[in-house]
Ligand binder design. Structure first.
Ligand code: 4AD
Ligand code: MG
Length: 460
């Protein structure tokens, strides 16, 4: 007999005599001559109802099935007489694969997100988290499709690296030396005896590598795990997250903004069209204004605003902020929120930031004060994309590296790209989790990552 996913069965157009499903018991309810079992196999939000006649030889055991138990059910797919479902299965056989202990923590009531974080290994079995992780999967596919359809190539940039792309020093060290016995001859930690013979870290961005490939293959992107040792316990930061980084040769800042805006729209549209059942759950149970917000983002043009003008707007705002805003300070989330949620009420692309608060690789503008950076801020989320046009002029780039205190020695390979056929090019990074937060309405990054890593938290 052919095994089916519940997702496929529920879309059947005809009844069928012979179906087989495998899944987990959500609920069981017994009546006089039969038992109703609701089964979920994770393929979709919906359960399928199974009717088990008391004449089945193992009916006594079936009546002992607890929530969470695993079963394989074969039988006939028939139209349901009951309310709330179109199809159900009349079981001819129920094989009990394993009984879940009575202590199964996911009984029928609703649990708090905080509690479910403590059982992150079981939470994908709930309706909400099942939906989150199905959407995460679907959006990964959509991202590849978006770029592939436009002729981008997917590059696997290294995870272990020697370069600090963002220059913020928030890197996790990679070493095989035992900190207690660092194999040092003297007292100092002897890096030359370490695995790579020099300092190595987990990547904070694949950008520098992606740039080398953009200058060879044209339009490329990376999509992979990214690590930041920022000691900030916020709802939007994780120590391990996934980032999508397109890099485009012969592209300026405005082309970069166009791409970022189109990318966000495409992904929202994809989720609404392809994940409607799961999206409905978020609109109902997570954020009642979600659908309106997403449709509004789809239908409105993103604001494009120079940083300098944002500072004027914020300084003139009647609202008072915890942190003052002046030209040259980084905007805090309260400022971003004001711009997207209060002032413009739609996504905002801020650009031309002061060079003093941005990394070395961003192209210096003619005013010598600002760089061709752009951040896309989304309502309710804040920064979802950070990007820039890159500095393609060798002398300017070298001067910026000196200015920002970087050791050029490790970056000769990067500088080579400005020696041999340098061209204007641009790119950005989108935080994958921030995207999922925007699309699901979930407000804590810990709830869109299977096993989140944040300061002090490496469970599971
Ligand atoms: O703005 P960021 O730091 O930009 C870069 O890393 C560039 N090198 C990207 C590029 O131009 N290729 O990070 C990009 C995005 C942010 O806008 C945010 O969405 C996300 O990555 N991000 C995080 N997401 C979760 N947890 C963190 N700790 C994050 N830090 C950044
Ligand atoms: Mg940023």
């Amino acid at each position: 007999m052919k095994r089916s996913k519940i997702h496929t069965l529920l879309q059947s157009t005809h009844p069928s005599d012979q179906v087989l499903i495998e899944g987990w018991v959500r609920t069981r309810r017994d009546s006089k001559d039969f038992s109703f079992i609701e089964i979920n196999d994770g393929s979709c939000l919906k359960n399928i109802q199974v009717i088990v006649q008391s004449s089945l030889p193992n009916y006594d055991d079936i009546q002992k099935l607890t929530t969470g138990s695993a079963v394989a059910v074969s039988g006939a797919l028939v139209t349901s007489q009951g309310k709330g479902q179109f199809w159900e299965i009349q079981a001819s056989d129920v094989a009990i694969i394993s009984l879940a202990s009575e202590s199964y923590p996911l009984q029928k009531k609703r649990h708090s997100d905080e509690f479910l974080r403590t059982i992150a290994h079981l939470r994908p079995r709930t309706n909400k988290y099942g939906a989150v992780f199905r959407i995460r999967s679907e959006l990964s596919y959509a991202i590849h499709r978006f770029f592939r359809d436009q002729g981008f190539y997917y590059i696997h940039t290294p995870i272990i690296t020697g370069s600090d792309c963002e220059g913020a020093g928030e890197m996790f060290r990679v070493t095989t030396l035992d900190p207690q016995h660092p194999l040092s001859n003297g007292h100092a930690f002897d890096i030359s005896r370490d695995f790579f013979g020099k300092e190595a870290s987990l990547t904070v961005s694949g950008q520098l590598s992606a740039e080398m490939f953009a200058l060879a293959l044209g339009d490329v992107y990376t999509f992979g795990p990214t690590f930041r040792a920022e000691n900030s316990n916020t709802r939007r930061h994780a120590a391990e997250f996934w980032m999508i980084e397109p890099e485009m040769a012969f592209c300026n800042l405005s082309g970069n903004m166009d791409m970022g805006e189109a990318f966000i729209r495409y992904l929202i549209d994809h989720a609404l069209c392809n994940c409607s059942e799961d999206m409905e759950l978020f609109g109902k149970f997570v954020d009642p204004s979600l659908m309106a917000t997403l449709n509004h983002i789809l239908s409105s043009e993103f604001v494009r605003l120079p940083y300098r003008e944002a500072v004027s707007i914020l300084s003139a705002a009647s609202q008072s902020f915890e942190y003052p805003v002046t030209f040259g300070t980084d905007l805090q989330s309260e400022h971003e929120k004001f711009l997207t949620d209060v002032y413009f009420k739609r996504p905002v692309i801020l650009y031309d930031y002061p060079k003093s608060i941005k990394p070395f690789y961003m192209r210096v503008n003619d005013d010598q004060q600002t760089v061709a950076a752009m951040d896309i801020l989304a309502p309710g989320i804040g920064e979802i994309i950070g990007g820039s046009q890159r500095e393609e002029r060798l002398e300017v780039l070298e001067a910026r590296m000196d200015e920002t205190g970087m050791n050029k020695a490790g970056y000769e390979w990067y500088l080579d790209s400005r020696r041999y056929g340098s061209v204007p090019h641009s790119g950005f990074g989108m935080g994958f989790e921030r995207l999922i937060m925007m699309i699901t309405g979930i407000t804590n990054i810990r709830d869109v990552i299977p096993f989140p890593r944040t300061p002090g938290n490496i469970e599971f």
